[in-house]
Design a protein around this ligand. Structure first.
Ligand code: 5RP
Length: 217
């Protein structure tokens, strides 16, 4: 089974978690896109969606799904999104698509975060995937120096601007033995908007596509 087939299957499995008449929080990326397409077929059964990126908003809109502003929608029953890495403890690295800040906001506003991945994303310890850190452009160099002091090797994501008008440093070589503590420490650097560790608020459920079916943990 190829990776796209796995993404397609796990995205459809997430539909079972969507309550009737819900406003659904929707993530960003190729797995989230499969979920959006599946949600399009169910649009009569939901009120609408809050998108975590302009790209997901455009895809939802094209399928005729009503979009809500998070400030008007209030607390959401569910948020569905992919991840770049997950542990069995459901701590994540996200932000490969650069939407980490809005993703973290919508996840925080949701009662249940259902993360949809294929089995290539499962790791024993986070950090093989470079950690995305969204920075205010003015602070880029000083944040990069601080990240180097933490043992990382920050690389500017060239030619990329986030939906919030900021830049991304992808931090290689970090040893992430305490993801919650590192998430907090990086967030406290002046000029950092968000980092891609989802450890203090991990996923509530991970659905992982394998050749033998969808596993839940
Ligand atoms: C975007 C993300 C995505 O969830 C993450 O990059 C996984 O993407 P994909 O489903 O395409 O593998 O965090 O910012």
């Amino acid at each position: 089974m190829d990776q796209n087939e796995k993404k397609y299957r796990v995205a459809r499995a997430a539909l079972a978690f969507v309550p009737a008449n819900a406003i659904v929080g929707v993530g960003t990326g190729s797995t989230a896109n499969f979920f959006i397409d599946a949600l399009g077929e169910q649009r009569a059964n939901i009120r609408g969606a809050v998108a975590s990126s302009e790209a997901s908003a455009a895809r939802l809109r094209a399928l005729g799904i009503t979009l809500f502003d998070l400030n008007e929608a209030g607390e959401l029953p569910i948020y569905v999104d992919g991840a770049d890495e997950t542990t069995r403890e459901r701590c994540l690295i996200k932000g490969g698509g650069g939407a980490l800040t809005r993703e973290k906001i919508v996840a925080a506003a949701s009662r249940q975060f259902v993360c949809v991945v294929d089995d290539s994303k499962l790791v024993a310890q986070l950090g093989r995937f470079p950690l995305p850190v969204e920075v205010i452009p003015l602070a880029r160099a000083q944040v990069a120096r601080a990240l180097t002091q933490l043992g990382g090797r920050p690389v500017l994501r060239a030619g990329f601007v986030t939906d919030n008008g900021n830049q991304i440093l992808d931090v290689h070589d970090l040893i992430i033995s305490a993801p919650g503590a590192l998430e907090t420490q990086i967030n406290q650097l002046v000029g950092v908007v968000t980092n891609g560790l989802f450890a203090n608020r991990p996923a509530d459920v991970v659905l992982m596509s394998t050749p033998h079916g969808v596993e839940r943990f």
